[in-house]
Design a protein around this ligand. Sequence first.
Ligand code: PLP
Length: 457
Amino acid sequence: MTTEATGMGVPTGTAALQESARRHLWRHFAPVGGDDELPVFVRGDGCSLWDTEGRRHLDALSSLFCVNAGHGRAELAEAAGAQARELAYATTWDTAHPRAIELAERIAGLAPGDLDRVFFTSGGSESVESALKLARAHHRLRGEPSRVKVIARELAYHGTTFGALSATGLPSARTPFEPMMPGGCHVPHTDLYRAPEGRDPLWAADAIEKRILFEGPGTVAAVILEPVQNSGGCLPPPPGYFARARDICDRHGVLLISDDTICGWGRLGTWFGAQRFDLVPDIITTAKGLTSAYVPMGAMIVSERVAEPFVESGEPFAHGLTFGGHPVAAAVALANLDVIEREDLLGHVRRHEADLQAALEGLFDIPIVGDVRGAGYFWGIELVADQATREPFSPEVAYELTERVLGPALRRRRLICRAADRGYPVIQLAPPLIAGPEEFAEIGAILREVLTEAAAR
Ligand code: PLP
């Protein structure tokens, strides 16, 4: 694929595609225009992607934490085609169709507790947006219309639509769009690496209660937490964190939302990340791995208790999305769940997560490797100026390191992972759930080269 334009105005060669992308493709979270080295992917199989130059890249991020079952699954493509031929579209508004019904029942069977009602969306932001609106509407129907605030954690990413953004705790994502939707409050995240010695490990959970009391319990609708927080670099909770958070929410009449956009569908070795930590939330928000990203789909999964006021009053939840429960997406999701079950991908993750951890911990001899943390197939490596004292890099150096040194070097070595500077400079890994020791060895070897070079600089 190196020939230039076809003569019909359709670019095909690498340079022509890159040039067309610079002019027309507005990429997300990326500078508009310029990227001379933009990889353009044309094919995927398993844990690999190939670019227009025929080069293989190892996908150690499931592309964007989403291709859980791996690339190139003909079965999922066929499920989409068959459904589009049979029934391309019907709504889940005032009508229904079999695939959405089957999928909702199947998800209810996998979800914890009595989370039995499924509201489909097109992605994670829409799922979070839906949950925040549902929380407000739930309290209003129960006679507490002043419960409108949401408490989330600092640095947490919950999506980009205005409601979801008000829960997002990343200044870089919020500042350009201020003012936010009112009501978003933030509490500390669970940074165990930098926790001062002797501090109560449940300090961060108790901070949720302090904030509820500060705001006034009668004004707080929901708390939203990721099972393992993505931004900040795969921050796991300390033992007991979610039990404490559950108890706090119950005592103050606040709904607890588990944002499983990344942590669901086997990422942590369980169907939902909440299950990994024995949490039964009131609402789960999810997307990404539900279809292994073969088509877009998200979902909000709701407990009977939260649904009850709507059932009893007959009031509809006045919220909807044209593509929620799309038949093609639902058919792909069902086929994806078949794959995950048939190949026991949850068991595979649980059996091999220690191998992934060991491959990353094997890098501790490199002086800038500070912490390795995560769960399942979701891991982050925090980079530090001084391993012994855990001294962080200055913001300028952290930016230089992730954006100018590691990002380009990882791209050159064709390892798809994330070098991010969201709070701390971290490298994040979330390989497809089919990955095993062979891929982990390759990941470890490439990271060793790249981090050794970066440390020397
Ligand atoms: N919530 C979490 C925890 C996420 O990680 C993301 C995206 O990465 C979102 C919400 C937003 O999802 P989407 O990009 O599908 O809108």
